[in-house]
Design a protein. Structure first.
Length: 141
């Protein structure tokens, strides 16, 4: 049964149950851009972002960015880590790592301490790979 009747109606002075948390832990919740969604502008935040659709503009987050297969971003990106299964154009600055899967395509400038490239992925442009991840490097937004 989808809807149920209450055994008795709530009393006028009876306290309401607490509202569910609007966000996750202090680091922020996960943001998802849907398959048929296009974002033009800036995405700023602390939590991870998963893109299934399209983003054009700026992405500045303190957590990870995942661009799924079939998704496309044309943006300047600052993130802790970037996983590319789809297409990305612009500038990527990752404080931990950038990973391109077999279906990942990147065109532009990249700055990351660790670059993981799978056979079949495409990279056009410049990649500055500096070595070990930096602990104190933070994205500004």
């Amino acid at each position: 049964m989808l809807f149920r009747r209450r055994a008795s109606p709530p009393e006028a002075g009876e306290p309401l149950p607490p509202a569910p948390e609007a966000t996750g832990p202090a680091t922020g919740g996960r943001t998802q851009v849907g398959r048929k969604t296009r974002v033009v502008g800036r995405i700023l935040g602390d939590g991870p972002v998963v893109v299934h659709g399209a983003v054009k503009g700026t992405i500045a987050i303190r957590a990870g960015l995942c661009v799924k297969s079939g998704a496309r971003i044309d943006a300047d990106v600052e993130a802790r880590s970037v996983d590319l299964e789809g297409e990305a154009r612009g500038k990527i600055s990752a404080s931990a790592r950038v990973s391109l899967s077999e279906t990942g395509e990147f065109e532009g400038d990249m700055d990351t301490p660790i670059l993981e490239v799978c056979p079949g992925s495409i990279v056009r442009g410049r990649a500055r790979v500096a070595g070990f991840p930096t602990r104190d490097r933070r994205t500004a937004h």
